[in-house]
Design a protein around this ligand. Structure first.
Ligand code: 173
Length: 499
Protein backbone atom coordinates (compact mmCIF):
# COMPACT_ATOMS: atom_id res chain seq x y z
CA UNK A 1 0.00 0.00 0.00
CA UNK A 2 1.32 3.41 -0.91
CA UNK A 3 1.52 5.99 1.87
CA UNK A 4 1.31 8.90 -0.53
CA UNK A 5 -1.71 10.99 0.37
CA UNK A 6 -4.08 11.70 -2.49
CA UNK A 7 -5.96 14.97 -2.15
CA UNK A 8 -8.96 16.27 -4.00
CA UNK A 9 -9.55 19.62 -5.64
CA UNK A 10 -12.29 20.70 -3.18
CA UNK A 11 -10.04 19.81 -0.21
CA UNK A 12 -7.24 21.97 -1.54
CA UNK A 13 -9.64 24.78 -2.44
CA UNK A 14 -10.62 25.20 1.22
CA UNK A 15 -7.09 26.34 2.03
CA UNK A 16 -7.31 29.59 0.20
CA UNK A 17 -6.28 32.16 2.77
CA UNK A 18 -3.29 33.60 4.56
CA UNK A 19 -4.22 31.47 7.58
CA UNK A 20 -4.01 28.27 5.57
CA UNK A 21 -2.60 28.38 2.09
CA UNK A 22 -2.19 25.28 -0.06
CA UNK A 23 -1.16 25.28 -3.67
CA UNK A 24 -0.77 22.69 -6.42
CA UNK A 25 2.43 22.62 -8.49
CA UNK A 26 3.11 19.93 -11.07
CA UNK A 27 0.40 17.66 -9.65
CA UNK A 28 1.62 17.89 -6.05
CA UNK A 29 0.05 19.71 -3.14
CA UNK A 30 2.09 21.93 -0.83
CA UNK A 31 1.23 23.78 2.36
CA UNK A 32 2.98 27.12 1.92
CA UNK A 33 1.29 28.98 4.80
CA UNK A 34 4.49 29.38 6.81
CA UNK A 35 6.50 30.19 3.72
CA UNK A 36 4.34 33.12 2.60
CA UNK A 37 6.45 35.80 4.24
CA UNK A 38 9.70 34.20 3.18
CA UNK A 39 8.81 34.04 -0.50
CA UNK A 40 11.36 36.26 -2.28
CA UNK A 41 8.61 37.51 -4.59
CA UNK A 42 6.32 38.49 -1.70
CA UNK A 43 3.26 36.71 -0.36
CA UNK A 44 0.76 38.37 -2.63
CA UNK A 45 1.64 36.45 -5.74
CA UNK A 46 1.29 33.10 -3.90
CA UNK A 47 -2.00 34.14 -2.31
CA UNK A 48 -3.35 34.73 -5.78
CA UNK A 49 -3.13 30.96 -6.27
CA UNK A 50 -4.20 29.94 -2.74
CA UNK A 51 -6.23 26.73 -2.98
CA UNK A 52 -5.49 26.45 -6.70
CA UNK A 53 -3.09 25.10 -9.28
CA UNK A 54 -0.14 27.50 -9.52
CA UNK A 55 1.95 25.50 -12.03
CA UNK A 56 1.58 27.86 -14.94
CA UNK A 57 2.73 30.89 -12.97
CA UNK A 58 5.42 28.95 -11.12
CA UNK A 59 7.12 27.32 -14.06
CA UNK A 60 8.85 30.08 -15.99
CA UNK A 61 10.19 31.80 -12.89
CA UNK A 62 11.46 28.95 -10.72
CA UNK A 63 13.91 26.14 -11.31
CA UNK A 64 11.93 22.89 -11.17
CA UNK A 65 13.26 21.96 -7.73
CA UNK A 66 12.79 25.37 -6.05
CA UNK A 67 9.73 24.34 -4.09
CA UNK A 68 11.02 20.95 -2.98
CA UNK A 69 14.31 22.36 -1.73
CA UNK A 70 12.76 25.33 0.09
CA UNK A 71 9.84 23.65 1.78
CA UNK A 72 10.28 21.13 4.63
CA UNK A 73 9.05 17.63 3.72
CA UNK A 74 6.16 17.75 6.18
CA UNK A 75 4.70 20.52 4.03
CA UNK A 76 4.65 18.28 0.98
CA UNK A 77 1.11 17.11 1.51
CA UNK A 78 0.61 14.63 -1.30
CA UNK A 79 -0.56 14.38 -4.87
CA UNK A 80 -3.70 15.77 -6.38
CA UNK A 81 -6.37 13.54 -7.85
CA UNK A 82 -6.55 15.23 -11.22
CA UNK A 83 -10.10 14.03 -11.86
CA UNK A 84 -11.33 16.10 -8.93
CA UNK A 85 -9.90 19.38 -10.09
CA UNK A 86 -12.40 21.37 -12.02
CA UNK A 87 -10.85 22.14 -15.35
CA UNK A 88 -10.60 25.86 -15.43
CA UNK A 89 -11.64 27.05 -18.81
CA UNK A 90 -9.23 29.87 -19.08
CA UNK A 91 -10.71 33.03 -20.33
CA UNK A 92 -8.72 34.09 -23.35
CA UNK A 93 -7.85 37.71 -22.74
CA UNK A 94 -7.68 40.31 -25.47
CA UNK A 95 -3.91 40.38 -24.98
CA UNK A 96 -3.69 36.63 -25.45
CA UNK A 97 -5.84 36.80 -28.58
CA UNK A 98 -3.61 39.48 -30.04
CA UNK A 99 -0.55 37.41 -29.28
CA UNK A 100 -2.00 34.32 -30.89
CA UNK A 101 -2.86 36.33 -33.98
CA UNK A 102 0.64 37.80 -34.05
CA UNK A 103 2.14 34.31 -33.69
CA UNK A 104 0.13 33.10 -36.69
CA UNK A 105 1.15 36.17 -38.65
CA UNK A 106 4.90 35.87 -38.02
CA UNK A 107 6.90 36.46 -41.17
CA UNK A 108 8.52 33.36 -42.65
CA UNK A 109 11.93 32.87 -41.07
CA UNK A 110 13.61 33.55 -44.41
CA UNK A 111 12.28 37.09 -44.23
CA UNK A 112 14.19 37.72 -41.03
CA UNK A 113 17.38 39.40 -42.18
CA UNK A 114 18.92 40.74 -39.01
CA UNK A 115 18.74 40.69 -35.22
CA UNK A 116 16.41 43.70 -35.08
CA UNK A 117 13.82 41.70 -37.02
CA UNK A 118 13.79 39.06 -34.28
CA UNK A 119 13.16 41.75 -31.71
CA UNK A 120 10.10 43.07 -33.52
CA UNK A 121 8.59 39.61 -33.87
CA UNK A 122 9.42 38.68 -30.27
CA UNK A 123 7.73 41.78 -28.93
CA UNK A 124 4.55 40.95 -30.82
CA UNK A 125 4.32 37.30 -29.77
CA UNK A 126 5.46 37.07 -26.13
CA UNK A 127 3.40 38.04 -23.07
CA UNK A 128 3.63 41.70 -22.11
CA UNK A 129 5.19 40.71 -18.82
CA UNK A 130 7.98 38.81 -20.56
CA UNK A 131 8.64 41.71 -22.89
CA UNK A 132 8.75 44.11 -19.97
CA UNK A 133 11.26 41.93 -18.16
CA UNK A 134 13.54 41.18 -21.12
CA UNK A 135 13.60 44.57 -22.77
CA UNK A 136 13.83 46.67 -19.65
CA UNK A 137 16.97 48.46 -18.55
CA UNK A 138 17.69 50.61 -15.54
CA UNK A 139 16.55 54.16 -14.77
CA UNK A 140 16.41 56.32 -17.90
CA UNK A 141 17.77 53.56 -20.13
CA UNK A 142 20.68 55.70 -21.26
CA UNK A 143 23.22 52.91 -21.07
CA UNK A 144 21.22 50.38 -23.07
CA UNK A 145 21.06 52.88 -25.94
CA UNK A 146 24.71 53.80 -25.51
CA UNK A 147 25.59 50.12 -25.98
CA UNK A 148 24.39 50.49 -29.57
CA UNK A 149 25.67 53.97 -30.27
CA UNK A 150 29.18 53.19 -28.99
CA UNK A 151 29.60 50.71 -31.83
CA UNK A 152 28.56 53.45 -34.25
CA UNK A 153 31.28 55.78 -33.01
CA UNK A 154 33.93 53.32 -34.17
CA UNK A 155 34.65 53.36 -37.88
CA UNK A 156 36.49 50.85 -40.02
CA UNK A 157 39.83 51.32 -41.75
CA UNK A 158 39.60 48.47 -44.26
CA UNK A 159 42.62 47.02 -46.08
CA UNK A 160 42.53 45.95 -49.71
CA UNK A 161 44.11 43.49 -52.16
CA UNK A 162 44.70 40.79 -49.58
CA UNK A 163 43.32 37.73 -51.39
CA UNK A 164 40.25 37.17 -49.29
CA UNK A 165 38.93 34.24 -51.33
CA UNK A 166 38.77 32.26 -48.10
CA UNK A 167 38.07 33.86 -44.77
CA UNK A 168 37.88 32.10 -41.41
CA UNK A 169 36.17 33.57 -38.38
CA UNK A 170 36.45 30.54 -36.10
CA UNK A 171 38.41 30.94 -32.88
CA UNK A 172 38.98 29.56 -29.40
CA UNK A 173 37.45 30.94 -26.24
CA UNK A 174 39.17 29.95 -22.97
CA UNK A 175 40.84 27.21 -24.97
CA UNK A 176 37.55 25.86 -26.32
CA UNK A 177 36.78 25.74 -30.01
CA UNK A 178 34.11 28.13 -31.20
CA UNK A 179 32.80 28.41 -34.75
CA UNK A 180 32.17 32.13 -34.19
CA UNK A 181 34.04 34.76 -32.16
CA UNK A 182 31.00 35.13 -29.91
CA UNK A 183 29.19 33.12 -27.26
CA UNK A 184 25.58 33.01 -26.13
CA UNK A 185 25.53 35.10 -22.99
CA UNK A 186 23.40 34.37 -19.95
CA UNK A 187 19.84 35.67 -19.87
CA UNK A 188 17.36 34.58 -17.20
CA UNK A 189 13.79 33.26 -17.27
CA UNK A 190 13.67 31.95 -20.82
CA UNK A 191 10.31 30.23 -20.34
CA UNK A 192 8.57 33.55 -19.89
CA UNK A 193 9.03 33.99 -23.62
CA UNK A 194 8.97 30.44 -25.02
CA UNK A 195 7.74 27.18 -23.48
CA UNK A 196 11.02 25.36 -24.19
CA UNK A 197 13.08 28.18 -22.70
CA UNK A 198 16.87 28.01 -22.84
CA UNK A 199 16.83 24.53 -24.39
CA UNK A 200 16.18 26.30 -27.70
CA UNK A 201 19.62 27.88 -27.30
CA UNK A 202 21.26 24.61 -26.29
CA UNK A 203 19.98 22.64 -29.27
CA UNK A 204 20.84 25.33 -31.79
CA UNK A 205 24.27 25.92 -30.26
CA UNK A 206 25.04 22.19 -30.51
CA UNK A 207 24.26 22.17 -34.22
CA UNK A 208 26.58 25.10 -34.96
CA UNK A 209 29.57 24.81 -32.65
CA UNK A 210 28.60 27.82 -30.58
CA UNK A 211 29.27 28.03 -26.83
CA UNK A 212 26.36 28.66 -24.46
CA UNK A 213 26.74 30.33 -21.09
CA UNK A 214 24.13 28.84 -18.76
CA UNK A 215 22.45 31.38 -16.47
CA UNK A 216 22.07 30.71 -12.74
CA UNK A 217 18.49 31.91 -13.15
CA UNK A 218 17.61 30.07 -16.33
CA UNK A 219 14.05 28.71 -16.37
CA UNK A 220 15.31 25.28 -17.44
CA UNK A 221 17.30 23.55 -14.74
CA UNK A 222 21.07 23.35 -15.11
CA UNK A 223 20.88 19.57 -15.48
CA UNK A 224 18.11 19.69 -18.09
CA UNK A 225 20.33 21.93 -20.18
CA UNK A 226 23.48 19.85 -19.77
CA UNK A 227 21.51 16.63 -20.35
CA UNK A 228 20.59 18.01 -23.79
CA UNK A 229 24.28 18.33 -24.70
CA UNK A 230 25.09 17.08 -28.21
CA UNK A 231 28.08 17.09 -30.55
CA UNK A 232 30.44 17.57 -27.62
CA UNK A 233 29.21 21.14 -27.24
CA UNK A 234 30.80 23.47 -24.72
CA UNK A 235 29.05 25.21 -21.83
CA UNK A 236 30.13 28.02 -19.57
CA UNK A 237 28.29 28.90 -16.37
CA UNK A 238 27.18 32.33 -15.23
CA UNK A 239 27.17 32.49 -11.44
CA UNK A 240 25.23 34.59 -9.01
CA UNK A 241 26.95 34.08 -5.68
CA UNK A 242 24.61 32.95 -2.94
CA UNK A 243 24.76 34.37 0.58
CA UNK A 244 25.10 30.75 1.63
CA UNK A 245 28.52 29.83 0.24
CA UNK A 246 27.90 26.11 0.71
CA UNK A 247 25.12 26.34 -1.87
CA UNK A 248 27.44 28.16 -4.24
CA UNK A 249 30.22 25.64 -3.69
CA UNK A 250 27.93 22.70 -4.41
CA UNK A 251 26.57 24.38 -7.53
CA UNK A 252 30.02 25.25 -8.90
CA UNK A 253 31.46 21.82 -8.21
CA UNK A 254 28.45 20.13 -9.74
CA UNK A 255 28.89 22.26 -12.86
CA UNK A 256 32.56 21.34 -13.08
CA UNK A 257 31.78 17.65 -12.63
CA UNK A 258 29.30 17.93 -15.49
CA UNK A 259 31.96 19.32 -17.78
CA UNK A 260 31.36 23.08 -17.75
CA UNK A 261 34.46 24.82 -19.07
CA UNK A 262 34.37 28.30 -17.56
CA UNK A 263 32.93 30.03 -14.50
CA UNK A 264 31.68 33.57 -15.19
CA UNK A 265 31.05 35.23 -11.83
CA UNK A 266 28.70 38.20 -12.12
CA UNK A 267 30.26 41.09 -10.23
CA UNK A 268 28.06 44.01 -11.26
CA UNK A 269 24.85 43.10 -9.46
CA UNK A 270 25.16 43.39 -5.66
CA UNK A 271 21.65 44.78 -6.00
CA UNK A 272 19.49 44.65 -9.10
CA UNK A 273 18.91 47.86 -11.03
CA UNK A 274 15.48 49.52 -11.10
CA UNK A 275 13.96 48.49 -14.40
CA UNK A 276 10.88 50.57 -14.72
CA UNK A 277 9.21 48.73 -17.59
CA UNK A 278 9.35 45.59 -15.49
CA UNK A 279 8.21 47.42 -12.36
CA UNK A 280 5.22 49.01 -14.10
CA UNK A 281 4.10 45.60 -15.25
CA UNK A 282 4.05 44.54 -11.60
CA UNK A 283 1.73 47.47 -10.83
CA UNK A 284 -0.66 46.25 -13.50
CA UNK A 285 -0.62 42.78 -11.94
CA UNK A 286 -1.14 44.12 -8.45
CA UNK A 287 -4.15 46.17 -9.34
CA UNK A 288 -5.76 42.98 -10.57
CA UNK A 289 -5.03 41.24 -7.25
CA UNK A 290 -7.74 39.35 -5.36
CA UNK A 291 -9.53 40.52 -2.24
CA UNK A 292 -7.73 37.96 -0.09
CA UNK A 293 -4.44 39.82 -0.58
CA UNK A 294 -5.64 43.26 0.44
CA UNK A 295 -3.59 44.86 3.17
CA UNK A 296 -0.92 42.16 3.13
CA UNK A 297 2.77 42.78 3.03
CA UNK A 298 3.87 42.88 -0.56
CA UNK A 299 7.15 43.74 -2.13
CA UNK A 300 5.18 45.85 -4.50
CA UNK A 301 7.58 47.73 -6.60
CA UNK A 302 10.11 45.26 -7.70
CA UNK A 303 9.27 43.53 -10.95
CA UNK A 304 10.08 39.93 -11.81
CA UNK A 305 13.87 40.08 -11.57
CA UNK A 306 14.16 41.89 -8.27
CA UNK A 307 11.62 39.56 -6.76
CA UNK A 308 13.81 36.53 -7.28
CA UNK A 309 17.22 38.02 -6.67
CA UNK A 310 17.29 38.30 -2.89
CA UNK A 311 19.68 35.35 -2.52
CA UNK A 312 22.49 37.27 -4.28
CA UNK A 313 25.28 38.22 -1.86
CA UNK A 314 26.09 41.94 -1.84
CA UNK A 315 29.10 41.31 0.41
CA UNK A 316 31.02 39.61 -2.42
CA UNK A 317 34.51 41.12 -2.61
CA UNK A 318 38.02 40.67 -3.99
CA UNK A 319 38.78 38.65 -0.85
CA UNK A 320 36.50 35.89 -2.13
CA UNK A 321 38.52 35.18 -5.27
CA UNK A 322 41.05 32.83 -3.60
CA UNK A 323 38.10 30.86 -2.19
CA UNK A 324 36.65 30.40 -5.68
CA UNK A 325 40.09 29.28 -6.84
CA UNK A 326 40.15 26.73 -4.04
CA UNK A 327 36.81 25.16 -4.94
CA UNK A 328 37.23 24.80 -8.71
CA UNK A 329 39.77 24.23 -11.44
CA UNK A 330 37.54 25.85 -14.07
CA UNK A 331 38.85 29.10 -15.52
CA UNK A 332 37.36 31.99 -13.53
CA UNK A 333 36.14 35.06 -15.37
CA UNK A 334 34.74 38.19 -13.72
CA UNK A 335 31.66 39.40 -15.60
CA UNK A 336 30.81 43.07 -15.24
CA UNK A 337 34.15 44.92 -15.10
CA UNK A 338 33.67 48.59 -15.99
CA UNK A 339 37.03 50.32 -15.45
CA UNK A 340 40.74 49.89 -16.13
CA UNK A 341 41.39 49.97 -12.37
CA UNK A 342 39.27 46.87 -11.77
CA UNK A 343 40.66 45.12 -14.85
CA UNK A 344 44.15 45.53 -13.36
CA UNK A 345 42.94 44.19 -9.99
CA UNK A 346 41.32 41.23 -11.75
CA UNK A 347 44.57 40.41 -13.55
CA UNK A 348 46.51 40.69 -10.31
CA UNK A 349 43.94 38.46 -8.58
CA UNK A 350 44.94 35.74 -11.04
CA UNK A 351 41.63 35.18 -12.82
CA UNK A 352 41.62 33.94 -16.39
CA UNK A 353 39.50 36.63 -17.91
CA UNK A 354 37.09 39.52 -17.59
CA UNK A 355 33.88 40.55 -19.32
CA UNK A 356 33.63 44.29 -19.88
CA UNK A 357 29.92 44.66 -19.45
CA UNK A 358 27.19 46.86 -18.04
CA UNK A 359 24.74 43.96 -17.80
CA UNK A 360 22.86 44.93 -20.94
CA UNK A 361 22.21 48.40 -19.50
CA UNK A 362 20.24 46.83 -16.64
CA UNK A 363 22.41 47.86 -13.70
CA UNK A 364 24.10 51.23 -13.23
CA UNK A 365 22.57 53.65 -15.70
CA UNK A 366 25.06 55.91 -17.51
CA UNK A 367 27.79 53.34 -16.96
CA UNK A 368 29.86 53.28 -20.14
CA UNK A 369 29.69 50.67 -22.88
CA UNK A 370 31.96 47.64 -22.70
CA UNK A 371 33.48 48.71 -26.01
CA UNK A 372 34.58 52.05 -24.62
CA UNK A 373 35.94 50.43 -21.48
CA UNK A 374 37.91 47.98 -23.64
CA UNK A 375 40.18 50.73 -24.97
CA UNK A 376 41.20 51.96 -21.52
CA UNK A 377 41.55 48.42 -20.18
CA UNK A 378 43.96 47.20 -22.86
CA UNK A 379 46.02 50.39 -22.47
CA UNK A 380 46.27 50.01 -18.69
CA UNK A 381 47.14 46.32 -18.86
CA UNK A 382 49.74 46.92 -21.56
CA UNK A 383 51.32 49.76 -19.59
CA UNK A 384 51.94 47.30 -16.74
CA UNK A 385 53.28 44.58 -19.01
CA UNK A 386 50.26 42.36 -18.23
CA UNK A 387 48.87 42.10 -21.72
CA UNK A 388 48.74 40.62 -24.29
CA UNK A 389 48.75 37.43 -22.25
CA UNK A 390 47.33 34.25 -23.74
CA UNK A 391 46.22 33.20 -20.26
CA UNK A 392 44.06 36.29 -19.75
CA UNK A 393 41.14 36.84 -22.13
CA UNK A 394 39.06 39.97 -22.42
CA UNK A 395 35.41 39.79 -23.47
CA UNK A 396 32.87 42.49 -24.17
CA UNK A 397 29.09 42.34 -24.17
CA UNK A 398 26.14 44.68 -24.56
CA UNK A 399 24.30 45.83 -27.67
CA UNK A 400 25.87 43.40 -30.13
CA UNK A 401 23.55 43.00 -33.11
CA UNK A 402 25.90 42.74 -36.08
CA UNK A 403 29.07 40.88 -36.98
CA UNK A 404 30.58 44.30 -37.65
CA UNK A 405 30.07 45.11 -33.95
CA UNK A 406 31.98 41.96 -33.05
CA UNK A 407 34.80 42.75 -35.47
CA UNK A 408 35.26 46.19 -33.93
CA UNK A 409 35.57 44.69 -30.44
CA UNK A 410 38.02 42.07 -31.69
CA UNK A 411 40.14 44.65 -33.49
CA UNK A 412 40.36 46.56 -30.21
CA UNK A 413 41.58 43.50 -28.32
CA UNK A 414 38.56 41.44 -27.25
CA UNK A 415 38.92 37.67 -27.59
CA UNK A 416 35.19 37.26 -28.21
CA UNK A 417 31.91 38.99 -27.41
CA UNK A 418 28.79 37.89 -25.56
CA UNK A 419 25.38 38.07 -27.24
CA UNK A 420 22.40 37.86 -24.88
CA UNK A 421 19.17 39.54 -25.90
CA UNK A 422 19.58 38.97 -29.66
CA UNK A 423 19.53 35.17 -29.20
CA UNK A 424 16.83 35.42 -26.56
CA UNK A 425 14.57 37.30 -28.96
CA UNK A 426 15.40 34.81 -31.71
CA UNK A 427 14.03 31.91 -29.67
CA UNK A 428 11.06 33.85 -28.34
CA UNK A 429 10.08 34.51 -31.95
CA UNK A 430 10.91 31.19 -33.61
CA UNK A 431 12.22 28.71 -31.02
CA UNK A 432 15.35 26.69 -31.82
CA UNK A 433 15.04 27.45 -35.52
CA UNK A 434 15.18 31.15 -34.78
CA UNK A 435 18.48 30.74 -32.95
CA UNK A 436 19.86 28.69 -35.86
CA UNK A 437 18.82 31.43 -38.24
CA UNK A 438 20.44 34.07 -36.03
CA UNK A 439 23.71 32.11 -36.06
CA UNK A 440 23.47 31.77 -39.85
CA UNK A 441 22.95 35.52 -40.22
CA UNK A 442 25.98 36.24 -38.04
CA UNK A 443 27.98 33.80 -40.17
CA UNK A 444 26.96 35.52 -43.43
CA UNK A 445 27.81 38.88 -41.95
CA UNK A 446 31.23 37.67 -40.75
CA UNK A 447 32.04 36.35 -44.19
CA UNK A 448 31.11 39.55 -45.96
CA UNK A 449 32.59 41.95 -43.42
CA UNK A 450 35.88 40.12 -43.09
CA UNK A 451 36.33 40.14 -46.86
CA UNK A 452 35.52 43.83 -47.05
CA UNK A 453 37.81 44.57 -44.14
CA UNK A 454 40.71 42.61 -45.60
CA UNK A 455 40.91 40.20 -42.66
CA UNK A 456 41.41 36.54 -43.58
CA UNK A 457 41.44 35.26 -40.01
CA UNK A 458 40.69 36.59 -36.57
CA UNK A 459 44.41 37.23 -36.08
CA UNK A 460 44.29 39.81 -38.88
CA UNK A 461 41.96 41.99 -36.80
CA UNK A 462 44.25 44.66 -35.36
CA UNK A 463 43.65 48.08 -33.79
CA UNK A 464 44.76 49.77 -37.02
CA UNK A 465 41.62 48.43 -38.69
CA UNK A 466 39.41 50.78 -36.72
CA UNK A 467 39.26 54.45 -35.93
CA UNK A 468 38.08 54.59 -32.33
CA UNK A 469 39.10 58.20 -31.75
CA UNK A 470 35.51 59.30 -31.08
CA UNK A 471 34.67 56.41 -28.78
CA UNK A 472 34.79 58.33 -25.53
CA UNK A 473 33.20 61.46 -26.95
CA UNK A 474 29.76 61.06 -25.49
CA UNK A 475 28.23 63.95 -27.33
CA UNK A 476 28.93 63.59 -31.02
CA UNK A 477 26.73 63.46 -34.05
CA UNK A 478 26.16 59.88 -35.00
CA UNK A 479 24.20 58.61 -37.94
CA UNK A 480 20.90 57.06 -36.89
CA UNK A 481 20.56 53.31 -36.68
CA UNK A 482 17.13 53.35 -38.28
CA UNK A 483 16.23 49.76 -37.57
CA UNK A 484 17.18 50.07 -33.94
CA UNK A 485 15.31 53.36 -33.49
CA UNK A 486 12.20 51.88 -35.04
CA UNK A 487 12.17 48.70 -32.97
CA UNK A 488 13.31 50.14 -29.67
CA UNK A 489 10.41 50.85 -27.34
CA UNK A 490 10.73 54.07 -25.32
CA UNK A 491 9.92 54.18 -21.60
CA UNK A 492 6.35 54.99 -20.63
CA UNK A 493 5.22 57.47 -18.01
CA UNK A 494 2.58 56.74 -15.38
CA UNK A 495 -1.08 57.06 -16.26
CA UNK A 496 -3.73 58.97 -14.28
CA UNK A 497 -6.35 56.67 -12.78
CA UNK A 498 -9.66 56.80 -14.57
CA UNK A 499 -11.85 59.10 -12.42
O1 173 B 1 19.48 41.11 -15.58
C1 173 B 1 18.76 40.37 -14.94
O2 173 B 1 17.53 40.42 -15.04
C2 173 B 1 19.37 39.44 -14.03
O3 173 B 1 20.54 39.27 -14.10
C3 173 B 1 18.61 38.74 -13.00
C4 173 B 1 19.05 38.74 -11.68
C5 173 B 1 18.30 38.13 -10.71
C6 173 B 1 17.12 37.51 -11.02
C7 173 B 1 16.68 37.46 -12.34
C8 173 B 1 17.43 38.07 -13.31
Amino acid sequence: MSDIRVLTGPEVAEHNSRESCWIIVHGKVYDVTDFLDEHPGGSRIILKYAGKDATEAYEPIHPPDAITTNLPVEKHLGVIDASTVAKVVKEVTEEEKARQAAWAARPPLDNVLNMHDFEVVAKAVIPEKAWAYYSSASDDEITIRENRTAFQRVWFRPRILRDVSTVDWSTTILGQKSSLPLYISATALGKLGHPEGELCLTRAAANHGVIQMIATLASCSFDDIVDAQANDQTFFLQLYVNRDREITKKYVQHAEARGVKGLFITVDAPQLGRREKDMRMKQVDDSAGAEVQKGQDVKKDQGVARAISSFIDPSLSWKDIPWFRSITKMPIILKGIATAEDAVLAYEAGVQGIVLSNHGGRQLDTARSGLEVLVEVTAALKARGYWPDPKFEIFVDGGVRRASDVLKALALGAKAVGVGRAFLYAFCAYGQEGVERAIQIFRDEFEMNMRLLGARTIDDLVPEMVDASALNQHIVMVPQDNLFQATYQPLQITKLKAG
